[in-house]
Design a protein around this ligand. Sequence first.
Ligand code: AKG
Length: 285
Amino acid sequence: MKINRPSPEHVGAEILEIDVALISEAEINLIKELVYEHKLVVFREQNIDDVQYLEFARKIGTPQIYPQGNYHHPDYPEIFVSSNVPKDDKKFGVSGTGKYWHTDCAFLNEPLPLTMLYPQVLPNSIRETYYIDMGLVYKKMPSNLKSFVNDKHMVHDGKWRYKVQEWDIDKAIIDILNDMGKQFPPVKHPAVITHPVTKEKILYMSQGFTTGILGLNYEISQEFLQELFSFIEQKDHIHTHVWKDGDILLWDNRPLIHKASTVPKGEKSVSYRIGIYDRLPFYIS
Ligand code: AKG
């Protein structure tokens, strides 16, 4: 296994010369260390089937079964399918997922620690995923913003990102939102979390799911959120992964927020994601 590490203050280690279907326990342990240290790892030139993909995920931790069944692979519910291509003439997964800054399942009390992504069909033009290192963002924040967030809790709400499905025809939007609100009530997390392994302090929020700051009225809370989002989403904070055939990515959702690129009209895109619980607390404060 060959490892190319990123330069300081950058994320993403590259792993070459390994077949993840044949990976050893010692290599898995090293990969976990790499993902906590560098936040993102890319395995190049992989060619594995669905069962091997799932087995690889199981060696890292416990795969999640996503709480909405329409995302599930019909044979392997642990595989979350993002696809604009039907399978056996049937709708397959959900298209256009993740095109906003977010961290997976922040709207649950137990967010998803690790995410693995393995595209099956890449668009002909380009396919990218963008990341921001929220540990670095916290470190670079001006002191007034830092002391503002330090003792706050933020509210995370998934319902606004619900993707309307065939069975929603004729439903009123308010009823869809109420149903989603019952299934996924908003949750709170500290604005600044501590990573259970690296002990790094991380600003934990994203444009996609963070909807409020506890203890502040709506207007003030929105003003601060907008100021924070503008600081976070600066161009020079963004790491871009340009996908190549055979790439598998594994990242830590504690320090990274991410966003998918838009698939150009008429182009095909299919990705298989597996969410993984790493048997550690998501944060320790
Ligand atoms: C997700 O699965 O949460 C994503 O946002 C995936 C990102 C991508 O497909 O580029």
